[in-house]
Design a protein around this ligand. Structure first.
Ligand SMILES: [Zn+2]
Length: 204
């Protein structure tokens, strides 16, 4: 069995919420071996994501949360690779803003595990940026995929509908800062960082 690795691409497009639209670059992360993979988030451009998938079997399209810049092409991608879309149930109201007529295929449940080859992603519910925001942690890879919950430089935004700053900070401190300091943080936007660097900057 080939070992599990992380591949990625950066897509460009927009994020819209509360009647405003912004230009954004999004990271799409693909965790897998030579045979199979899991796609984390489905931003902007199916072809760019398929290039990273590179013909491998896609086990799931796992959405860190349902803001439109993270899920806009999820149905199209899921159909083209025949994989289920997974999203925490608390983000269904946010999902329906972008996809009123399509539902995700299954839930991401806190404590659940998504196996890929000889590794796995553990689902951690980290509400705050969005009510159903999750982080996906792999102890084997020493990596956590944080979506928009924690960036290089601090917590995600909480100025818009469905967000709550106190809830976000509690999620980060209780769940993410409990991970080992050398855990690499791959976020939904921008450069990667580590738990230790961000915990030092924000305070535990
Ligand atoms: Zn977001």
């Amino acid at each position: 069995m080939t070992s599990v690795r992380v591949d990625s691409a950066v897509t460009s497009g927009t994020f819209s919420l509360d009647g405003e639209t912004f230009d954004v670059d999004n990271n799409v992360w693909v965790v897998g071996n030579d045979d199979e993979c899991i796609v984390i988030d489905a931003p902007h451009d199916v072809d760019q994501i398929l290039e990273v998938v590179a013909g491998r079997r896609v086990l799931a399209v796992a959405c860190t949360h349902a803001h439109d810049d993270h899920v806009r092409v999820a149905p199209q991608l899921a159909e083209s690779v025949d994989a289920p879309i997974l999203l925490h149930a608390d983000d269904l109201p946010v999902w329906r803003l972008t996809h009123p007529t399509t539902e995700p295929d299954g839930p991401l449940v806190h404590g659940g595990r998504l196996a890929i080859g000889d590794a796995a992603l553990t689902v951690m519910h980290t509400p705050g940026h969005a009510p159903g925001a999750v982080c996906l942690y792999s102890p084997e890879l020493r990596v956590v995929f944080t979506g928009d919950t924690l960036f290089n430089g601090g917590p995600g935004a909480t100025g818009r509908s469905f967000s709550d700053k106190d809830v976000l900070l509690a999620s980060i401190r209780s769940t993410l800062f409990a991970l080992p300091d050398d855990t690499i943080v791959h976020a939904g936007h921008g450069d990667s960082t580590t738990i230790g660097v961000e915990a030092e900057a924000l305070g535990r």
